[in-house]
Design a protein around this ligand. Structure first.
Ligand SMILES: [Zn+2]
Length: 164
């Protein structure tokens, strides 16, 4: 079973999944977090720095541990670049069960974005990997690309509701 969230411009995607949990507002029921509260990731991108910036901001929240996969851990998530010409989405998160979830970076779209916008897209996709759904303007989980490169108040309260 597979669900793909085309992170940005989800409205126009037939794969768009919007589901609100009964317990936490703006949350989805699926994520990349393993039973131990970790996301072990591996992969490569032309935008490794942006990818790492975004996971660092989420790690700073302190509950889910996002760390690189090692020989001692089981991989939960893979990330890679795609060159999706004329596609409106900057990034995508796919939930795969059973299996390894992934985050895709659309390098065609990224070429048109500023650093702040790229950081917003990666914060957004990591938010999906952490079970956050689309929320309101002023948050990285807003469905459209903005230059917001830090977490908003709804981002943080949904994360805390889910994981603290
Ligand atoms: Zn999204």
């Amino acid at each position: 079973m597979r669900k793909i969230i085309y992170g940005i411009l989800c409205l126009v995607s037939m794969f768009c999944v919007v589901k609100v949990s009964a317990t936490c507002s703006y949350s989805n029921s699926y994520n990349a977090v393993d039973g131990g509260g970790n996301i072990h990731y591996d992969g490569n991108s032309n935008y490794n720095a942006v990818f790492n910036y975004a996971l660092g901001k989420w790690n700073d929240r302190g509950h889910v541990n996002i760390a690189e996969d090692t020989i001692f851990t089981e991989q939960d998530l893979e990330y890679y670049d795609d060159w999706a010409v004329n596609e409106p989405w900057g990034g995508a998160y796919a939930w795969v069960n059973p299996g390894i979830d992934y985050i895709i970076i659309n390098t065609w779209k990224f070429a048109y974005l500023t650093t702040d916008e790229r950081q917003m897209v990666m914060l957004h996709e990591w938010g999906h990997a952490l079970s956050l759904a689309h929320s309101t303007t002023g948050n990285v989980m807003f469905r459209y690309i903005t230059d917001q490169d830090t977490l908003g108040s709804q981002d943080i309260s949904t994360y805390n509701c889910l994981w603290s």
